[in-house]
Design a protein around this ligand. Structure first.
Ligand code: NAI
Length: 304
């Protein structure tokens, strides 16, 4: 069973994907009980049309998550006028800490997938606060960056998105690191098909596309919900899929005591393995910058 905490835009859309693709039953928890209940009812009534039988419960009662295999945390606030990025971090860290205590109480053997932003910092907070093993606490961000990266490579080459294989690592934010050297079209390295300028344009679009969606419609919903479902599927079905996942590092890539996106094998136990790839010198520099940005945010949080 999967529990999703936060029945807002991303949480409810993720719940719908998980049910629709028959990945698992879902418990949807929100402080606004009516929102969680209403979303659950709406999805239950969709089931006959889309032919899924999974159970969906909407509630504000944390004990309903008991024995969940995976708990996905999407609860949190978005930045309000007058609020700094740091204010938001502190506010969401408080929410995440209180939720993680409930998770540790009711589902001590689960895996925790953080979604709340800034996701790398919140993954760090969830890992420290839960006392769980590090493979059990990870964040969704890079897989979404990768979906965007793949979309823009396909658009530039005018080929099917399905044939693009790619990875993005680093912070889920402006300093993300799309791995040009490992992106391919049906196995053909993109560097053989695209110029440096075209690749730079694709990277810029990948980095700015989340903000573009937010400026157009207020939030990103469908792509994050799809990314959450991809990770949930890898875990619940033990598929050992390879993707960028925010993970607490203990020396990998030369970094310790920070959570940041790295390529991993994601399966039944969460992060089954971290893949340490050789990186081009300029990619390495980008990753170092990305780690520094996440570290800075973590240190501010710890000062508070
Ligand atoms: P939203 O405002 O629609 O939903 C958040 C929900 O959390 C609300 O329904 C609220 O009542 C609930 N909530 C707040 N505190 C709670 C608590 N203590 N327990 C249970 N529920 C609680 O926001 P949206 O658009 O769904 O985004 C959620 C989070 O996900 C944000 O932090 C956003 O930045 C982040 N996000 C992360 C992405 C990623 O790639 N990691 C992608 C998209 C969004």
């Amino acid at each position: 069973m999967i529990t999703i905490i936060g029945a807002g835009r991303v949480g409810s859309a993720a719940a719908f994907n998980i049910l629709r693709y028959r990945i698992s039953d879902v418990v949807l928890i929100d402080v606004f009980e009516n929102l969680a209940k209403g979303e659950a009812l709406d999805m239950m009534q969709t089931a006959p049309a889309l032919e899924f039988d999974g159970k969906i419960v909407g509630t504000s009662d944390y004990s309903q998550m008991r024995d969940s295999e995976l708990v996905i945390i999407t609860a949190g606030e978005a930045r309000k006028p007058g609020m700094t990025r740091l204010d938001l971090i502190k506010k969401n860290a408080g929410i995440v800490k209180s939720i993680v205590h409930e998770v540790a109480k009711y589902a001590p053997n689960c895996k925790i997938m953080m979604v709340t932003n800034p996701v790398d910092v919140m993954t760090y907070v969830a890992y420290k606060e839960s006392g769980f093993k590090r493979n059990s606490v990870f964040g969704m961000g890079n897989i979404l960056d990768t979906l965007r990266f793949r979309s823009y490579i396909a658009l530039e080459l005018k080929v099917s998105r399905e044939d693009i294989r790619a990875l993005a690592i680093g912070e889920h934010g402006d300093s993300m690191v799309p791995l040009t050297e490992y992106a391919s079209v049906a196995g053909i390295p993109i560097t053989r098909l695209l110029s440096k300028e075209q690749i730079e344009k694709i990277i810029n679009m990948t980095i700015t596309s989340g903000a573009e969606v937010i400026s157009l419609k207020g939030s990103t919903v469908h792509a994050p919900a799809a990314a959450i479902a991809i990770m949930a599927d890898a875990i619940l079905r033990g598929r050992n899929r390879v993707m960028g996942v925010s993970t607490y590092l203990q020396g990998e890539y030369g970094f310790s005591d920070v959570a940041i996106g790295v390529p991993v094998v994601l399966g039944r136990n969460g992060v089954e393995k971290i893949l340490e790839l050789e990186l081009l010198p300029e990619t390495r520099k980008r990753l170092e910058k990305s780690v520094a940005i996440v570290r800075e945010a973590i240190s501010k949080l710890e000062e508070a």
